[in-house]
Design a protein around this ligand. Structure first.
Ligand SMILES: NC(=O)c1ccc[n+]([C@@H]2O[C@H](COP(=O)([O-])OP(=O)(O)OC[C@H]3O[C@@H](n4cnc5c(N)ncnc54)[C@H](O)[C@@H]3O)[C@@H](O)[C@H]2O)c1
Length: 360
């Protein structure tokens, strides 16, 4: 593979769904920094403090489109108008606890939304590569220490996790039925993959019931951080880690369309798998002052307690590997939250990306 990622993305027309969200704003910013023509499709940002708003990335990219992926006609029209070459699909209802409150909407956005994106791709001749983002929670959780591998069965207990398991089944079906590698160059020109990341942390996430935003909100208010599931084990990783995997994978798919169109895990190394309590303690120490309070509630809704990913496949076949350990990921995250209120957030993010790119 010749040239770096910047050379590859320079001038490429890339559509990102969910560009107004946490991961989507970082991905759009990174793509923009590499010279890609980014078309974003998402709903309005959740708050004025979101990374999307503070970084101002929406006014830099080629198109900042507010549209609902539950509307198949609207989505097809956007792809027809902008003719993207690469699609990263991130738009979703991504919260486990909220999915218990709005299970039907969670399925509509996550499952039907994903199907609408694939149908819009099918109707648009320009698309060569599509990377569909699901989650580590798409696997049937057996609550074991062993990390899930790409060929483990899909499942999910709560509506969010199971909706992502259902997305995986739909993606597999669309690949077999419409984007089959055997028919590449005869019936279609699309390479379709799905990607599963761990628990992502980083600057600019203010989602409800996620540990980092919960910590920062409490610390900014001078209150103790309430920890609901202190013993739950998660594969924590900085947002730039899975994004680097998605970017690398899309390039490989572009260059060898039939070799990489499958499922990929992009999680941390096993030593970055910490309990919620350990992660929150490390974040508080990086941030400065603060205390944690255990508020575990045995009657709370079910959430997985043990969840890890096996990343051998991405390491051996893509040559991808995490560049930050848990301490590095937490430090970079705390750095953003310490600086966002006083600094130019676009420059802050671009600086963090540059620093990350320089890590070995
Ligand atoms: N954050 C994590 O820890 C994590 C871990 C694994 C997987 N993921 C997955 O990564 C993706 C991005 O997650 P995130 O943390 O950035 O979430 P987020 O909530 O910050 O962003 C979600 C994005 O989807 C958009 N969206 C939601 N409903 C939509 C609709 N009906 N039509 C159009 N756009 C819609 C929102 O506007 C937003 O841009 C999701 O698919 C999520 O499931 C996230």
């Amino acid at each position: 593979m010749k040239g770096n990622l910047r050379d590859f993305y320079q001038g490429k027309r890339v559509l990102v769904t969910g560009h107004t969200g946490f991961k989507g704003s970082w991905l759009s910013l990174w793509l923009y920094e590499m010279g890609a023509e980014v078309v974003g499709v998402g709903l309005d940002p959740y708050s004025e403090r979101d990374n999307f708003v503070l970084s101002g990335i929406g006014s830099r990219i080629l198109a900042d489109i507010r549209a609902d992926i539950r509307d198949p006609k609207g989505l097809k029209a956007i792809l027809a108008q902008y003719q993207p070459q690469i699609v990263f699909h991130l738009a979703a209802q991504p919260l486990v606890r909220l999915s218990y409150e709005i299970p039907v909407e969670t399925y509509q956005v996550n499952v039907m939304g994903t199907i609408h994106v694939m149908e819009a791709i099918r109707a648009t001749e320009s698309v060569r590569v599509a990377v569909m983002v699901t989650t580590d929670k798409c696997y049937e959780n057996k609550e074991t220490l062993a990390g899930y591998r790409e060929d483990d069965p899909f499942g999910g207990y709560d509506p969010y996790s199971s909706s992502k398991g259902a997305c995986e089944i739909a993606i597999q079906s669309w690949r077999r039925s419409f984007f089959n590698p055997v028919d590449y160059g005869i019936r279609h020109y699309v390479s379709l993959a799905s990607v599963r990341a761990g628990n992502v942390i980083g600057g600019g996430d203010w989602a409800k019931d996620r540990i980092v935003p919960d910590c920062i909100r409490a610390l900014e208010a001078g209150k103790p951080v309430e920890i609901r599931s202190p013993k739950a084990v998660r594969p924590w990783e900085h947002v730039l880690e899975p994004l680097s995997g998605y970017l690398m994978l899309a390039r490989k798919m572009w260059e060898q369309p039939t070799s990489y169109c499958e499922g990929w895990n992009f999680g941390p190394e096993p030593d970055s798998v910490l309990t919620v309590w350990e992660m929150a303690s490390a974040l508080v120490s990086c941030f400065g002052e603060g205390a944690l309070r255990d508020v575990s509630d045995p009657s709370a809704v079910h959430e997985a307690s043990l969840l890890t990913l096996d990343i051998t496949k991405a390491k051996t076949r893509l040559g991808w590997k995490p560049r930050l350990d848990a301490a590095g990921a937490i430090a970079l995250t705390a750095d953003w939250y310490k600086r966002y209120a006083r600094e130019d957030v676009y420059a802050l993010c671009a600086g963090q990306i540059k620093k990350y790119e320089g890590e070995e």
